[in-house]
Design a protein around this ligand. Structure first.
Ligand SMILES: [Zn+2]
Length: 315
């Protein structure tokens, strides 16, 4: 599916709007130049006259006259170029030379729209999420002081990094589990950024926000039902901190629906949680736990609370 519909629509609108603004700015610039050099307008008028005339003369077969007109036209063209250079007026250049700011190449969306969609996805994801601060490059294993923890985390890190590199809409699903503050969110965000960098449609959300939004859509008819559709169909879904949301039968059923539907359609989901397998089974039914255990890559985080250590360092 790539980017969700909402994002693509927004991206297309922005591309078109930017093109219109660009055109308007050019026309203003052009009008100024024409005011400064009135001969430009006169030449334009002359071209308007010569164009159709040339067509008629060509049909009549009068080659001498046709040549005379062509010579005149060439002379005017030269003069026009010189005048434009003199007043500093360049040709109109659209923001995207490929689609001329229409957003389309034939019936397909132009690359400029997809680039814009990528940027918008990043922005949407960055709302309250330090997506640019959580990269693979700045994930430090130094915080895992115990050698056994460090060895475990080195494996988890290597897994996450190569997972992100190979990420595609048919990648395996992953469960990151373990105590608080061990870098699960950091690695999840780094994977999300990698997905967007590849042009995959990714949704990243803390479980609480995700379920709240789904609940609102479900019970109050907020939105147009697209959110659930996007959650079920996006190329990569990342649910952070599963288990911190308020537990209701709705959230329980939703989690099962999301996990099951995405597994059936072969789409990857990355879930992070502080819960262990038993707690997952308790909270979301053994059915959910067995789906996860049976199909997800299970990666357990190990160590002492890294966030707490960072805070202590900053004191
Ligand atoms: Zn374009």
């Amino acid at each position: 599916m790539g980017y969700n519909k909402e994002i693509l629509k927004k991206a297309l609108n922005e591309v078109i709007k930017k093109g219109q603004d660009n055109r308007r700015a050019y026309e203003v610039e052009k009008a100024k130049c024409y005011d400064a050099e009135p001969r430009l307008r006169a030449i334009d008028a002359e071209f308007m006259r010569l164009g159709p005339l040339m067509g008629m003369v060509a049909i009549s077969g009068d080659t001498d006259r046709l040549n005379a007109i062509k010579t005149k036209s060439d002379r005017l063209k030269n003069e026009l170029e010189q005048l434009k250079t003199k007043v500093g007026l360049h040709e109109y250049v659209p923001c995207c030379p490929l689609c001329g700011d229409t957003g389309y190449l034939g019936t397909k969306l132009c690359g400029c729209v997809l680039t814009k969609a990528k940027q918008l996805s990043f922005e949407q994801l960055s709302v309250g999420m330090p997506i640019n601060e959580c990269t693979f490059e700045n994930f430090s294993l130094d915080y895992y002081q115990n050698p056994a923890d460090k060895a475990v985390m080195k494996k988890v890190f290597d897994f996450a990094k190569s997972y992100a590199e190979d990420l595609n809409p048919a990648s395996q699903s992953v469960l990151f589990f373990g105590g608080t503050g061990l870098g699960k969110t950091h690695l999840s965000l780094a994977i999300a950024a990698a997905a967007l960098g590849k042009g995959l449609g990714a949704i990243y959300s803390p479980a609480q926000n995700l379920l709240h939004k789904l609940e609102k859509e479900h019970f109050k008819g907020n939105g147009d039902g697209h959110f659930l559709e996007d959650v079920l169909e996006c190329d990569l879904l990342i649910i952070d901190d599963l288990g911190t949301e308020f537990a209701t039968s709705f959230t329980q059923a939703s989690i099962y629906n999301i996990i099951n539907t995405r597994l059936l359609s072969g789409k990857p989901t990355v879930i992070s949680t502080n819960l262990n397998m038993e707690e997952l089974a308790d909270r979301y039914t053994p059915r959910v736990a067995s789906r996860i255990i049976g199909s997800y890559a299970l990666k357990q985080f190990s160590g002492n609370d890294v966030r707490q250590q960072k805070r202590l360092e900053n004191l």
